[in-house]
Each structure stands twice: as structure tokens, then as C-alpha cells.
Design a protein around this ligand. Structure first.
Ligand code: CU
Length: 118
């Protein structure tokens, strides 16, 4: 009985650990997080550590004045979410994302990138 309870508690610990790792975190982005790109990108692509639920995942891109510069609707495929951009003038842009992963956990975050070779 004691052995069984030890095994059960080890299993619970293992499950908790794998659930924590299963959240959809941003693995990498294009343009790269914090980067300066010489030419205006046509889209932002975000790759996550886990597959996303398309209906509950979103991303928006704003300029330094807070105006939306994305094309509106993000496309989700597997662990990737992408959104088209209007033509961007040189400047700083913020990407805000929200992701619901297939394990039903929500994560969100934001980062900036810069356009222009100044
Ligand atoms: Cu999770």
C-alpha cells in the first residue's frame, strides 16, 4: 500500500511537470523578437511550442502610435500563427499575441520589432 502511494505521487508529479511544459509558449518569431529589419515584412509569423486552437488564438500588430497595422485575421496552422501586414513605414512595431493551446491553457505575450536601417 505504501509502495502504491509512492508510485501514485510520482505519477502525479510527472503529470504536473509535463502539463507545465505543455503550454504554448512562443518558440520563435519572424521578424525575430526585438530585431531590426531593413525592409518592411509582409507578415508576422509566430511559432509556438505546442499546437494552437485557431478559434481562441489571436495576434495584433500596432505601430508606435497604437494604430493597427495588421490585416485583421490571423491564420493558425498547427503550432504556427501568422498575420498579414499593411505596408509598414520605418519605425517600431509591437506584436501582441494570445494563444490557447490544445491542452486548454492560455498564454499571452508581446514583443517589438523595428523596420528601417537607421
Ligand atoms: Cu499548458
Amino acid at each position: 500500500m505504501r509502495t502504491l502511494s509512492i508510485i501514485v505521487s510520482l505519477l502525479v508529479t510527472a503529470l504536473a511537470a509535463s502539463a507545465a511544459q505543455a503550454h504554448a509558449f512562443l518558440d520563435h518569431a519572424s521578424p525575430l523578437v526585438g530585431s531590426t529589419v531593413p525592409a518592411a515584412p509582409h507578415e508576422v509569423a509566430l511559432t509556438f511550442t505546442q499546437n494552437l486552437e485557431a478559434a481562441f488564438s489571436s495576434v495584433e500588430v500596432t505601430d508606435s502610435g497604437g494604430a493597427r497595422v495588421d490585416q485583421g485575421k490571423a491564420q493558425v496552422s498547427g503550432n504556427t500563427m501568422r498575420i498579414g501586414l499593411k505596408s509598414l513605414a520605418p519605425g517600431s512595431y509591437r506584436v501582441r499575441w494570445r494563444a490557447l493551446s490544445v491542452d486548454t491553457h492560455t498564454t499571452e505575450g508581446s514583443f517589438t520589432f523595428h523596420v528601417g536601417g537607421l
